[in-house]
Design a protein around this ligand. Structure first.
Ligand code: ADP
Ligand code: MG
Length: 690
């Protein structure tokens, strides 16, 4: 037993998010300082002042002799020490110093100075607060000097103290190996202890096997945690839905189209899940326009046809309204009672609608995600459909699962396979990778703002062609429309109004929900030609005769958002186009986004590029949900390793509850538990919240 356990954990470490010895073990160096070589002062000049990021410069060691030291007051009080070596001169500056430090810099004193050199116009080469060692070392002695790790730290914690704690932790709490030797050999990876020691000892390139070993640890822990969440969900019972009333079949027959093969596959997977007495949690993901809504309707029909109720939720009220209209149209002839729980209902209306759900006379509720939060009571809820469910984090997903209901998530953000495989491993996924037939590809054009006049004529012609257009202006910051966005939109309105007259309708976030909706509905009925809007036209709006999408200031939108917007057109027959109006000059990343969009309309390909540009946190909204991301693993760079980690994680998760089985596979149950707790932000937090 370590006696150190009695000592309280240093508070300063908590500031760095280091709460346990194992956190220290996994706190890897930022960089290394080389104390085995000495550089002449004069050699430091070149390159230092030309480097743009002098903070990031690498650290060097010099052996110097003090010329003199004095306290100066320019630009503020500091200690300035002039030093020299055989090659030339330089200076050291200290803003924080005391009398004993001052006294130590006597003329002729020898020091080793270790730090990042800078160039100052006045003093030449200088070091600010370098590390100092008294005396010089001979060439022999220098050779024996180890590389010194520099760790991410915080104020009030010196590198020496931090390093001391880290090394103590490595010695006393070195993680136990959980991978059997034969597997390690097959994976051609070093042992965990070796990997950790090496990473603390000297710089390792990103592609190093030592990093790979740590990444494998991380991915496997994440996989076990998510897969355990999935299997614990499989133990939650939910009604087996067999659709005795054959409502889903009747819905299919009433549809004006046939399911595509991809839709059919998703429907069969979904139906098999619903038939079983365990809670489903399936994510249907498919590109915009791939036809996810009808899959949701089939799930709803199955619930209602089995004597249960269904809830359908969307992230915004406009989307919820769209779904409501669609469902009303599809279920009208089938005698299903639907309510729309929208904002702005009178108290009485709302009470009545809720009562219908509570006593079971109403079979289907459509609303925003607030439906789950507001604890709306259902008599016999069987299925919950959550549109745009990728915006939910794991914690929310888990909360959704309470209550023994089948959950169908829908995501219009095509999720790259690597991402689905890792972050969404607690879900079953169906992919709709095919578009309904008869769609012509959307033509995408990039046009500079300076040429926007050219759009007027084609817009005015749309009416005769029976077509409609969206004109979308960006919301500049945050989610809500702000002053600037509305001002930009009003300016565009003033420009378009004289040209289009009544053929122009406007919606923005400042309008009341009911007003927004009535404009949107008038547009959907074809009562006017051009809908000018801020991004309230989010994902999901479906107006088949809209064939033109103009995105104003396209450079301000993200890739996924632009792809979603483009997906608002091309939903019916005929040629559709998407016009991206951009303001020059374009930033590099804006160029990349616009080019990607021009080059492909494959949502999966775009999502891959988006993942490369922004990382998984942005794509899945992990940042907002406060969910842990993989720290060391990059899904794209480390793709092959991730695959190995996923396979291993699956193997272990399947055997997790059966220690004999685990042992047979060569895994120590205790070592696996340690693995999970080592990555507790990823693993145990998730598991304990299940
Ligand atoms: P999304 O996947 O973006 O939610 P929707 O479900 O809104 O897509 O479908 C887009 C459009 O395609 C809708 O008008 C829908 O009625 C239509 N649609 C869906 N499936 C088919 C199909 N198999 N054949 C023809 N049209 C379809
Ligand atoms: Mg949709």
């Amino acid at each position: 037993m370590a006696t150190a356990a009695a000592k309280p954990w240093p508070e300063v470490l908590r500031k760095l998010g280091l709460n346990r010895p194992v956190d220290l073990v996994l706190h890897f160096p930022l960089r290394f300082e080389d104390e085995s070589t000495v550089q002449p002062l004069a050699s430091l000049g070149l390159g230092i002042w030309s480097s743009a990021d002098d903070k990031q410069g690498s650290s060097v060691q010099c052996q110097v002799e003090v010329i003199d030291s004095q306290v100066v007051f320019k630009p503020r009080r500091m200690l300035r020490v002039r030093v020299k070596d055989v090659s030339g001169e330089g200076q050291l500056r200290f803003i924080y110093f005391n009398a004993s430090m001052q006294a130590a810099f006597t003329k002729g004193a020898h020091y080793r100075v270790i730090g990042v050199p800078r160039y100052s116009r006045l003093g030449g080469v200088e070091f600010i607060h370098p590390r100092l060692k008294k005396g010089w070392l001979s060439d022999e002695e220098l050779k024996g000097q180890p590389l010194r790790a520099v760790y991410p730290s915080t104020s009030g914690l010196t590198q020496d103290r931090l390093s001391h704690w880290i090394h103590k932790a490595i010695e006393e709490h070195s993680p136990s190996e959980w991978l059997p030797q034969d597997r390690l050999n097959r994976l051609r990876l070093p042992s965990l202890t070796d990997a950790i020691k090496e990473l603390h000892r000297q710089p390792q390139p990103q592609e190093s096997l030592f990093w790979d070993r740590v990444r494998l640890d991380e991915v496997v822990a994440q996989q076990i945690a998510l897969r355990r969440a999935r299997s614990s969900r499989h133990r939650v019972s939910a009604p087996a839905l067999h659709d005795e009333m054959r409502l889903s079949e009747r819905l299919l027959q009433a549809l004006p189209f046939q399911l595509t093969d991809a839709q059919h596959r998703a429907w069969l997977q979904l139906r098999a899940d619903l038939n079983r007495p365990v809670a489903m949690h399936r994510l249907v993901q498919g590109d915009v326009g791939s036809g996810k809504t009808v899959i949701a309707a089939l799930a709803v029909a199955t619930a209602i046809g089995s004597g249960y109720q269904a809830a359908v939720m969307a992230p915004t009220e406009i989307l919820a309204a769209q779904l409501y209209l669609k469902f009303e149209q599809w279920f009208e002839g089938l005698g299903v009672e639907i309510v729309f729980l929208k904002g702005g209902l009178s108290e009485r209306e709302r009470r009545e609608r809720l009562a219908g759900l509570a006593n079971g006379t109403v079979a289907l509720a459509v609303g925003t995600h607030a439906l789950i939060q507001e604890s709306v009571q259902f008599a016999r809820l069987g299925v919950s459909v959550v549109d745009e469910q990728h915006r939910f984090g794991v914690a929310q997903r888990i909360r959704l699962r309470e209550g023994g209901v089948h959950i169908l998530g829908m995501s219009a953000t095509p999720i790259p396979r690597s991402l689905a495989m890792t972050y969404l491993a607690d879900l079953d996924v169906s992919v709709i990778d095919e578009r309904p037939p008869g769609r012509e590809p959307i033509r995408t054009r990039l046009i500079s703002q300076s040429r926007r006049e050219e759009l007027v004529e084609p817009l005015c012609r749309l009416r005769q062609e029976g077509s409609q257009a969206y004109w979308v202006c960006p919301v500049i910051e945050g989610q809500q429309d702000n002053e600037k966005a509305v001002a930009a939109l009003e300016e565009t309105e003033q420009w378009l109004r004289p040209l289009l007259g009544d053929e122009l309708g406007v919606v923005h976030g400042r309008l009341k929900a009911a007003e927004k909706q009535s404009v949107m509905q008038a547009f959907a009925r074809g009562e006017f030609t051009v809908l000018l809007a801020t991004t309230v036209i989010e994902v999901g709006v479906d107006v088949p005769s809209a064939r033109v999408m103009v995105v104003d200031h396209a450079e301000r939108f993200g890739l996924a958002q632009l792809h979603q917007l483009r997906g608002r057109v091309g939903r019916g027959s005929g040629q559709s186009s998407c016009i991206l109006l951009y303001q020059e000059p374009l930033s590099e990343s804006a160029k990349l986004r616009l080019r990607a969009l021009y080059e492909t309309d494959d949502g999966f390909e775009l999502a891959r590029r988006d993942l490369a540009l922004r990382g998984p946190g942005e794509l899945l909204g992990l940042k907002q949900s406060g969910e842990p991301e993989l720290r060391f693993t990059d899904l794209q760079r480390d793709e092959r390793l991730v695959q190995k980690g996923v396979d291993l994680g699956a193997l272990i998760a399947d055997a997790f509850d059966d220690s004999e089985q685990l042992l047979k596979l060569g895994f120590e149950p205790q070592a696996i538990n340690n693995l999970l707790s080592r990555w507790h932000r990823l693993a145990t937090d998730l598991l304990t919240s299940v």
